[in-house]
Design a protein around this ligand. Structure first.
Ligand code: SAM
Length: 240
């Protein structure tokens, strides 16, 4: 097995291990703000797309299905009909939790870098707090471009590496490096997983680099915004 494949396998195993406590840890660690970040992204994407009938949304790295639920509820509140919302994730444990929350939806066990989905079959491809875990990220973005319809939207929410050197950035880093591993570790009984979180953010690319990679994949960024002291960034890119 190559080094990249081994690293990817370790990440998937880690999510399988923390699946049952993932939602609780998320709510506590973000003080519930993560729900707001996801909902805002959904509203924004529906507004940009402007259609009232959407065939298919694919949520990659769907985990326990929170963003899939938001695609559904935000569509309803905006009078938008979405025929199909599909979740894709290589962690069976995470999707098992998701299936209990939205049993009427389809979940597919696969990685972002190789999805068993037809070319140009999705209106939206979303990935919240998942792209950081895709070891073959460029292959993943190329897959998003392949599966998206022309004019379709790619919606990414992520904790990007903060290259600023101001008070807010320092505060965020302190919280992530010093408090998160302890709180997350207590809830999940897996401190390593919540030590991986700040480390993977630090090792991740910046917002500017993310935009460059999106452009290289043929996905043109049309909206980029940081929320809550730039802790979370939302990218919306359109397939050219
Ligand atoms: C932090 S969770 C995010 C889950 C969910 N999207 C959310 O917003 O809560 C990251 C997810 O990425 C998934 N993941 C890891 N490697 C992946 C890959 N190569 N392709 C797709 N998803 C992957 C994990 O299994 C995990 O469910």
């Amino acid at each position: 097995m190559s080094e990249k494949s081994e690293k990817q396998e370790d990440i998937i195993k880690m999510f399988n291990d923390i699946a049952k406590t993932y939602d609780l840890a998320n709510r506590v660690l973000s003080m519930g703000i993560d729900k707001t970040w996801r909902k805002k992204a959904c509203n924004m994407a529906y507004n940009f797309y402007g259609k009232t009938h959407i065939d298919r949304i694919v949520d990659v790295a769907c985990g326990t299905g929170d963003l899939m639920i938001d695609w559904e509820t935000v569509a309803k509140s905006n009078g938008i009909i979405v025929d199909d919302i599909v979740g894709v994730d290589p962690s069976v444990g995470m999707m098992e939790v998701g299936k209990t929350k939205i049993p009427h939806r389809t979940f597919i066990e696969a990685g972002a870098e190789d999805m068993p989905l037809e070319d140009e079959s999705a209106d939206f491809i979303s990935i919240s707090y998942g792209i950081r875990n895709v070891v073959k990220r460029k292959e993943g973005l190329a897959e998003f471009a392949r599966v998206l319809k022309k004019g379709g939207l790619c919606i990414i929410l992520e904790f990007t590496k903060n290259d600023k050197d101001d008070f807010a950035a320092g505060l965020t880093k302190f919280y992530m490096n010093n408090l998160m591993p302890h709180i997350g570790g207590l809830i999940s009984k897996n401190k390593d997983a919540y030590t991986y979180l700040p480390e993977s953010i630090e090792a991740f690319i910046t917002t500017k680099q993310m935009c460059e990679e999106l452009n290289e994949a043929g996905l043109e960024p049309i909206f980029v915004k940081g929320y809550s002291l730039d802790m979370s960034t939302t990218f919306i890119a359109r397939k050219i």
